[in-house]
Design a protein around this ligand. Structure first.
Ligand SMILES: [Mn+2]
Length: 399
């Protein structure tokens, strides 16, 4: 991907100003958390400056946050004794409690969004991803609007944005482990409405949060398999927890928690598991293929997907699939010299002309970060959590 030059961009903007109807900007997988050890977002300075730069542009801007904007899944809940816990039964009250922790930990971002929608020409969209299913609660949507002090220009279109032949979706519906049953978004539990998460998300919340707090940096490293191959202890813990959760889901939970619908046996999912094991079919890039097959007949021209944290432009005939990657803190591990290079932040830019003509690009938003050494980080994970936050100009709340 080519580096963008913001100066050049603004000249270009002025020269085509007359024809430009609006600009659609898409960011994905921002993953704002509570500012604790399970929160992987530290780019507050860069992200808020980026939003502020959009606010300053003269033409109308539609900013689409394409799912997993909020990391509700890994975000703790603060109980009445001020303890941080990870409950499994998520009511709208619990989601709003989490939202308040997120808004406090990332005030700069909320302030930037608030200023962005103060301009009447701008629109802000939040699409739902697998980390922010909590947005399905109308109460959560209302609370976000209240925090951003705007009712009219803050939108929650559900799973997708689809205007001007532009189709934007997070993409977890093409990932068999994380997709949701759209007909059963909520469950009834003790006369309360709670979120019905995919089996993998329930497992993450109830089994993996201790490990994440113990090794908060390791999960920021990709490729994950390579990281695990260099960190035997984390590999063993992940394997043990996964196997444990799998077996418990199968043999224990359905009986122990018979009346709790969040422990229902995911028979369909296990069927798919079994088929995949049999055919050794675990292609990582298959999401795009599934997406293509399902959306083949759509008339849209530009598709934007997130979820897998990849940056790419894939053209086929007159259509294009764009992926702007993630804004959370992530590192690429080099197997030869065992260095960790911070992954750059990207966004999708789509220009809609007066005659509905479209043009697009995937651009980087440059930040200054240094390269870490894997073996140092492995030894001093917490120290490097702080160092990374410091380099991004972020002050964590809880570590
Ligand atoms: Mn996702």
């Amino acid at each position: 991907m080519k580096e963008s030059n913001s100066k050049k961009g603004s000249n270009f903007k002025e020269s085509i100003q007359n024809n430009l109807q609006k600009e659609i900007i898409v960011v994905g997988d921002v993953e704002l958390g509570a500012g604790n050890l399970t929160d992987d977002f530290i780019a507050d300075k860069a992200f808020s400056e980026f939003i502020n730069s959009l606010t300053k542009r003269k033409h109308p801007i539609t900013l689409v946050c394409n799912g997993d904007t909020f990391d509700f899944l890994k975000c703790p809940f603060k109980d009445s004794q001020d303890q941080l816990t990870y409950p499994r039964h998520i009511t709208s009250e619990i989601s709003i409690n989490k939202l308040h922790l997120i808004a406090k930990a990332h005030e700069r971002v909320f302030t930037a969004w608030k200023k962005f929608v103060k301009k009447k020409k701008n629109e802000l969209y939040f699409i739902i991803g697998n980390h922010d299913h909590d947005i399905f609660f109308k109460e959560v949507q209302e609370e976000i609007k209240r925090l951003l002090e705007n009712k009219k220009q803050v939108h929650f279109p559900g799973l997708r944005y689809n205007q001007h032949e532009v189709y934007i979706e997070h993409g977890h519906q093409y990932d068999f482990l994380n997709r949701i049953n759209f007909r059963n978004i909520f469950l009834d539990y003790n006369q309360k409405k709670i979120l019905n998460f995919p089996w993998a998300s329930f497992g993450l919340m109830s089994s993996f949060m201790d490990l994440k707090e113990e090794h908060p940096f390791m999960e920021r490293i990709v490729p994950r398999q390579l990281m695990l191959s260099l960190h035997g202890m984390v590999l063993r813990k992940v394997n043990l927890l996964s196997l444990g959760y799998f077996l418990k889901s199968l043999l224990y939970h359905p009986f122990r928690y018979y009346s709790d619908p969040t422990y229902n046996l995911p028979t369909k999912l296990f069927g798919e598991f079994y088929n995949r094991l049999k055919s050794r079919h675990w292609d990582v890039d298959e999401m795009i293929d599934i997406f293509r097959k399902k959306k083949k007949h759509r008339k849209d021209r530009i598709f934007v997907l997130g979820h897998v944290h990849e940056v790419s432009i894939i053209r086929k005939r007159k259509k294009v699939i764009l992926r702007p990657g993630t804004w959370r803190d992530e590192y690429l591990l080099n197997s030869k010299n065992r260095t960790l290079t911070p992954i750059e932040k990207y966004y999708v830019q789509i220009k809609v002309e007066q005659d509905e003509e479209l043009s697009y690009d995937v651009l980087s938003y440059p930040t200054k970060r240094s390269v870490f050494l894997f073996d140092d980080v492995r030894k001093h994970e917490y120290a490097y959590m702080h160092l990374a936050a410091q380099e991004e100009g972020y002050r964590p709340v809880y570590y």
